[in-house]
Design a protein around this ligand. Structure first.
Ligand code: M6R
Length: 585
């Protein structure tokens, strides 16, 4: 987590640091800081806070570092914000220094005082401890002692130099007309650079004025090839909307359409899928819910063993021989640490791997056997909406491909069906009843989302959206499972949102709704069946075959979470405690 930026060139550094940090806010935004020519400014809060800097900082100094934080060690605060300072040394860090307590103990005995609760401060003092007028040497020596994951950029007030190092956390160095840029992510600096160098684990970069040189951990110079720069990155614009989230919800249909239209015939090479006996979908959060949809589709159509795994739960010793299995990793960012770790494990046990990512040149893309893109366009709001729809779109395509290979009739991606689907997704985002439901939801501290089969996936995703950006406690439950315990929590006026979109589960779901109503629950039902009457509020969804309903029913629920968040005066784009990209396990 956390975003790092650096600049060394012939212009005022502030502008580059600020712009870069704005683009890196998806990695965390609980505190922010910069150091320009040895002067540190840091504060709790979002990157915008930096606008409070006085004009001396904004206009002077042409080399500096910056950081936007997602707290792992120590609360979000001024003291814990980066850069961390030790003598003339300032550093910004992304990752986790696992042995920081040991380093702290040793350095405390040597007279260093620690003022923050962070792991980073240990690295700053360690670099200072080794600093004898050579910044690179000091960073090299310190890194030999650091354990864990880190990307660090260090600067020394006395020198016009930056030293960068990477171990398990991404770090990019780029050269452009106005100087040298560093960042945790290409998109933060791509438009400013003509050449980009992606540091590998254990590699160092020394930026000395306009010169960049690379070294390994033994201080041996290395030659790195520049990557091509795709300047066509998307601008950070809300295009007239007040929030990214609202814009992105409204782009749901486009996101599925662009994704599916991008998949040409044989886009997924048939040879790659030969000999696969089982499929494991694996991801985190919202992307995990997309995995559950993929599993249901494949079970329904292709009928081969298929599983969906939460990446953070897929750990040794719960592994087996996967040499005849395909692992499908779904990740909007392609940077989620748990998903990457699960990928490493799947490979270790012989699986073929397919990554489904939305952001280009991600870490997951680097390691997977094959990559398939979702084309949702850049998603900025922390709560995933249009990317989720694109991931469900991928699942439709993937099922269709597998059916084709196994000679199973399937029209999931038939043009006629998809055109109806795009229209239905658009219509689902414009339903006025969502407004009234948002008003009701505002007065609730708890909510329960119920569904069966594919509707349980929608319930889970709807519940995640609501809690993520409104802070209302909510739970998703398979409707049939409720009476095995959770029903005890249902009492008069408990808010229940039920989904009924799967024909074969109609009767059972109606029964489950009766059960909660009998305990006094206030139920709102999402369904496309106008003949279903459960004696509760009903929101009628556009009517499409059951199998498409997860792509439709989720849209008003995304709207619901958004409307409640705005009505509560919350920042729906940047909910508390979260980050768009979760790069620590
Ligand atoms: O980038 P990824 O798709 O791998 O991210 C996975 C989750 O962190 C993400 O979906 C998260 O659950 C969203 N904030 C939910 O809206």
């Amino acid at each position: 987590m956390c975003g790092i930026i650096g600049y060394c060139g012939n212009s005022a550094a502030f502008k580059f640091l600020y712009e870069g940090l704005k683009r890196l806010e998806y990695r965390g935004y609980d505190s922010v800081g910069i150091c320009i020519d040895g002067k540190v400014v840091k504060m709790k809060g979002h990157v915008d806070q930096l606008n409070k800097c006085d004009s001396k900082i904004k206009n002077s100094g042409n080399f500096g570092i910056g950081h936007t934080r997602w707290a792992t060690h120590g609360a979000p605060s001024y003291i814990n914000a980066h850069p961390h300072t030790s003598g003339y040394i300032n550093i910004v860090h992304n990752g986790i220094i696992e042995n920081y307590k040991e380093i702290k103990e040793v350095l405390t005995k040597k007279g260093y005082s620690f003022i923050s609760q962070t792991d980073t401060e240990a690295a700053a003092h360690l670099i200072n401890y080794y600093y004898k007028d050579d910044l690179k040497e000091a960073v090299l020596k310190a890194c030999k002692e650091l354990k864990g994951s880190y990307a660090i950029v260090a600067m020394c007030e006395k020198k016009n130099q930056l030293v960068a190092v990477r171990n398990e956390s991404p770090l990019i160095v780029g050269r452009g007309k106005e100087g040298v840029h560093l960042a945790s992510d290409i998109s933060a600096i791509a438009d400013k650079c003509d050449e980009l160098f992606v540091l590998d684990n254990g590699e160092f970069a020394l930026i000395n004025g306009a010169e960049i040189s690379f070294f390994d951990i033994f201080d041996k110079p290395i030659i790195k090839q520049a990557e091509t720069v795709d300047k066509d990155y998307e601008s950070v614009s809300k295009e007239g909307y007040d929030t990214f989230m609202e814009k992105e919800i409204n782009e749901g249909a486009k996101s599925v359409k662009n994704t599916l239209e991008g998949y040409r015939d044989k886009y997924l090479p048939p040879k790659f899928l030969e000999g696969i006996k089982s499929i494991y979908f694996c991801a985190c959060g919202t992307a995990y819910h997309a995995c559950c949809y993929g599993k249901k589709l494949i079970e329904r159509y292709v009928k081969i063993p298929c599983f969906s795994l939460i990446a953070s739960e897929f750990k040794e010793p719960y592994t087996t021989d996967y040499s005849q299995s395909l692992f499908v990793f779904i990740s909007q960012s392609g940077e989620t640490a748990d998903t990457l770790a699960a990928h490493t494990l799947a490979k270790k046990y012989g699986a073929k791997t397919l990554a489904v990512t939305n952001v280009s040149k991600s870490s997951l893309e680097d390691v997977a056997d094959i990559v398939i893109k979702t084309r949702a366009g850049r998603e900025y709001a922390v709560a995933s909406t249009k990317a989720y729809l694109a991931q469900l779109g991928f699942c439709l395509y993937f099922t269709q491909v597998l059916c084709g290979l196994n000679n199973i009739p399937c029209d999931l991606t038939a043009e006629e069906n998809l055109n109806k689907l795009y229209k239905a997704i658009d219509a689902a985002g414009k339903m006025s009843q969502t407004q009234s439901l948002a008003q009701i939801m505002l007065n609730n501290e708890h909510a329960y989302f119920l569904g069966r089969g594919m509707d349980f996936i929608t319930a889970s995703e709807a519940s995640l959206k609501l809690k993520e950006i409104t802070y209302i406690h909510s739970e998703a439950y398979p409707a049939g499972e409720l009476k095995h315990g959770t029903l005890a929590l249902i009492e008069k006026d408990t808010k229940v949102i039920a989904f009924l979109t799967q024909s074969e589960l109609k009767e059972k779901m109606i029964g489950n709704i009766s059960e909660v109503k009998a305990r006094g629950a206030f139920v709102t039902l999402f369904t496309q069946f106008d003949n279903v009457d459960c004696g509760c509020d009903k929101i009628l969804l556009p009517d499409l075959p059951d199998v498409y309903m997860p792509l439709i029913a989720i849209v008003p629920c995304q709207q619901l979470a958004f409307l409640v968040s705005v009505a509560k005066g919350l920042d729906c784009d940047k909910p508390r405690n979260l980050a768009k990209s979760v790069t620590v396990q």
